[in-house]
Design a protein around this ligand. Structure first.
Ligand code: NAI
Length: 302
């Protein structure tokens, strides 16, 4: 049996923690000893409106269960909002050790019909929100030599989903952000991972159909708790989690077809080798640009 995971002495920010998945993270972090900033703008699923009641309710649930938390109602979608969220943690609890970037909205539309306003609203909350909160938090973590980030990506970004060009682009972008934070945070003991969850929440209950009742939010919580714990030794990874399944998603590259360097192949030659170009029976998972360049380097060296 491994040691129990606790967050004693740790300070956590959970964005969008007023309901759904975020609420479960805030409650469990606090139950295991963390002091938590419960951030939520309190709007509708499409991001319109605002209310303090969602965050307040979760703070009172935490306190009732014997934990410590403060509410924050800033929007993650502005630089001032992100700074305000991190300031809440520093003012109330003196630091930030854990950030779970979880706040999210939907403005689904097929690509042909999607307006740029619908694109921007979703990019602002998910992708820019990831920057606005994580940038000031990273500074605090770097100074303290400790940090854990969890970014909420989605199967819609990693694999694609009809009607979610804005959301898919934002969610894939968060994986890029997490990857770079993992690389740059390594020497400060800052780890960063992304998850693609599946859970019945107000955001998904109409989308998941009969599947909805088989995927409870609290089945996602244990993996997220592990990723933001001190015990977590993994960084720069993507996990898929929902309905009792805990797995990994990865971005790899295959050996491909090496055409040699004596001459540039013709279009026809590429066409003839497309099966080899696409063959994924052998692959590696590069952990930075150099890893991929090394792969080419080995081929060039013969
Ligand atoms: P939810 O709608 O219950 O939770 C999202 C929360 O974010 C809400 O409480 C909302 O008020 C808050 N929020 C929205 N905009 C905000 C802003 N600008 N600033 C601060 N808070 C804001 O939905 P759910 O499912 O719990 O979503 C959590 C995260 O998980 C989201 O990022 C979502 O995209 C992601 N996700 C969820 C999946 C699922 O199956 N439930 C699947 C894949 C990703």
């Amino acid at each position: 049996m491994s040691d129990p995971i606790t967050f004693d002495g740790r300070v956590a920010i959970v964005t969008g923690a007023g309901g759904g998945l975020g609420r479960t993270y805030a409650l469990e972090l606090a139950r295991r000893g963390a002091r938590v900033v419960v951030n939520d703008l309190g709007g509708a699923v499409d991001g319109t409106g605002a209310s303090s009641s969602a965050a307040d309710q979760v703070v009172s649930d935490v306190v009732e269960a014997g934990g410590e938390a403060v509410a924050n109602y800033d929007s993650v979608s502005t630089e001032e909002g992100g700074a305000g969220i991190v300031r809440s943690a520093v003012d109330a609890f003196g630091k930030v050790d854990i950030v779970i970037n979880n706040a999210g909205i939907l403005r689904d539309k097929s690509f042909a019909k999607m307006t740029m306003a619908e694109m921007e609203a979703v990019i602002d909350v998910h992708l820019k929100g990831g920057f606005y909160v994580s940038s000031p938090a990273f500074q605090v973590m770097r100074d303290n030599g400790y940090g854990r980030f969890v970014f909420t990506s989605s199967a819609s970004g990693l694999f694609g989903n009809f009607g979610q060009a804005n959301y898919g682009a934002a969610k894939a972008g968060l994986v890029g952000l997490s990857n770079v934070i993992a690389i740059e945070g390594e020497k400060y003991n800052v780890r960063s991972n992304a998850i693609a969850p599946i859970a019945k929440t107000r955001m998904t209950e109409d989308l998941l159909g009969s599947f909805a009742d088989m995927v409870a939010p609290d089945q996602v919580t244990p993996l997220v708790m592990y990723l933001c714990s001190e015990a977590n030794e993994y960084t720069h990874e993507i996990f898929t989690v929902g309905g009792g399944r805990y797995g990994r998603v990865f971005i790899g590259t295959n050996t491909g077809w090496f055409a040699g360097t004596d001459e540039v192949p013709t279009v026809e030659a590429v066409s003839e080798h497309m099966e080899e170009v696409r063959d994924i029976s052998e692959y590696v998972i590069p952990l930075n640009n150099n890893d991929e360049i090394m792969l080419l380097g080995q081929m060039l060296a013969g």
